[in-house]
Design a protein around this ligand. Structure first.
Ligand code: AMP
Ligand code: GLY
Length: 427
């Protein structure tokens, strides 16, 4: 089987690692990174969002299955274009991908599906937005409708902060079209958790729960990032509660999308707030999360390509998806300055030493192999050091011991990944 993975981050390294584990598979990756190269994947010099380039490569090279990592190719319609060319793609079509690409679309689908979520007003006009901010009062969450590289959400503690956010989005057009529609949302309180499900259009089979850490620094302080670490399972959503949560937050959405003639195939990721009234959906992503994917795939025992093919063929069932009971925990090492501007080209050393412990896998996010064989940083997030162990406490201990063996000048990582889960377990 020939598989083409799209993307260049830690999630994509994990996907390539898992898919390449099958002996009869050849994996290509566009464009990949220093880690995907180590898995023996053939690096293809095409951007993940170059849809015509991807389709033409897939046709020429007789690719059987395309696996998009990030959302952009999906919202740009890579699945639709590949389907026309007769090539299977593990991801939703561009209509269903709007669940992530447009927050107002997602809200409308959630309302039709009667999925629990924050109360919300959708506005396009600045004066109207200002008057709603005053009516709704603070705290209030202001969201740009479209993809805004993780910067389109402002959790406003005061009315002034909310007014400022709406004038940046609707007055200054800081996010262009992505911010020409704005959502004003009730501010939910609770612990966040990620629930990722394989979907075949009708059925959803969950992976175990996972918890991301979006803030840059310890204690959830500092700016919002792509994610600084994750572990699975997350004690805030225990295995015993997963089935009911899928029934409340994922299956109704699959029904509505199927009614609309766009059955959802791929991974549907529900970002949940565990409130005192039960789980409520903050957002949907239409792909694996990064870094959640890394610990989740370390736990997955099934053949990933087989599960993906079952989703595409509409024959997914729970027996196909098996994960070990163990806990996996990943810590992201990032370059100082991230998520703002940062320097590239830092020398990375110590990965082999970290991986001497067989329970450790170091996934590369922003790395490349230089001509002289050295490994250099190319991104803000550089590595995700992931451990698989019998308990959360042990996984945490092992992941941090491994981080201590890695040397990258001017890098940092959070020291508290896993603490929230340990605190909850103790109480
Ligand atoms: P989103 O891109 O919608 O997931 O929002 C990014 C982050 O903003 C989430 O991970 C939450 O931490 C926060 N957030 C989003 N919506 C809400 C809400 N309604 N109430 C409280 N926090 C929120
Ligand atoms: N880890 C959050 C995301 O992938 O969107």
């Amino acid at each position: 089987m020939q598989i083409l993975v799209l993307g260049s981050g830690g999630r994509e390294h994990a996907l390539v690692w898992k898919l390449a584990a099958h002996p009869d598979t050849t994996v290509f990756v566009a464009p990949g990174n220093g880690g995907t190269e180590l898995e023996g994947a053939k690096q293809v010099d095409i951007r993940a969002d170059d849809v015509p380039g991807i389709v033409s490569f897939a046709k020429k090279n007789r690719i059987d299955l395309v696996v998009p990592g990030p959302e952009l190719p999906l919202t740009l319609g890579v699945t639709d274009a590949l389907k026309k060319a007769g090539i299977a793609c593990f991801g939703p079509d561009s209509y269903a991908a709007k669940l992530e690409g447009s927050k107002s679309f997602a809200k409308e689908i959630m309302q039709r599906a009667k999925v629990p979520t924050a109360a919300c007003r959708i506005v396009q006009n600045l004066d109207e937005a200002r008057s709603w901010v005053k009516k709704m009062g603070a705290p209030l969450v202001v969201k740009a409708d479209g993809l805004a590289a993780g910067k389109g959400v402002v959790v406003a503690r005061t009315e002034d902060e909310a007014l400022k956010a709406v004038s940046i989005m609707l007055g200054d057009h800081a996010f262009g079209d992505a911010g020409s529609t704005v959502l004003l949302e009730e501010c939910l309180v609770g612990e966040e958790v990620s629930l990722l499900c394989f979907c075949d259009g009708k059925n959803a089979v969950p992976l175990p729960s996972a918890q991301d850490h979006k803030a840059a620094y310890d204690g959830d302080s500092g700016p919002n990032t792509g994610g600084m670490g994750a572990y699975s399972p997350a004690p805030v959503l225990p295995e015993s509660a997963v089935k009911a949560t899928v029934e409340a937050t994922v299956l109704p959405v699959l029904r509505v999308l199927a009614e609309d003639g766009h059955p959802f195939v791929g991974v549907l990721y529900a970002g949940l707030m565990m409130t005192s009234d039960g789980p409520k959906v903050l957002e949907y992503n239409v792909r694996f999360g990064d870094p959640e994917c890394q610990p989740l795939l370390m736990r997955l025992e099934s053949d990933l390509a087989e599960v993906m093919q079952a989703c595409i063929d509409g024959r997914l069932n729970a027996t196909l998806v098996r994960s070990t009971e163990k806990t996996a925990l990943g810590v992201v090492i990032a370059k100082e300055g991230y998520p703002g501007s940062y320097e590239k080209g830092a020398l990375i050393r110590g990965i082999e030493k970290a991986e001497e412990d067989p329970s450790i896998k170091v996934f590369h996010s922003g790395t490349k192999r230089a001509a002289d064989g050295t490994l250099l940083s190319t991104g803000g997030r550089i590595l995700c050091v992931t451990a698989l162990a019998d308990s959360l406490a042990l996984a945490q201990e092992k992941a941090y011991a491994a981080c201590g063996k890695i040397e990258i000048d001017g890098s940092f990582y959070r020291k508290d990944i896993g603490d929230k889960g340990l605190t909850r377990k103790r109480s």
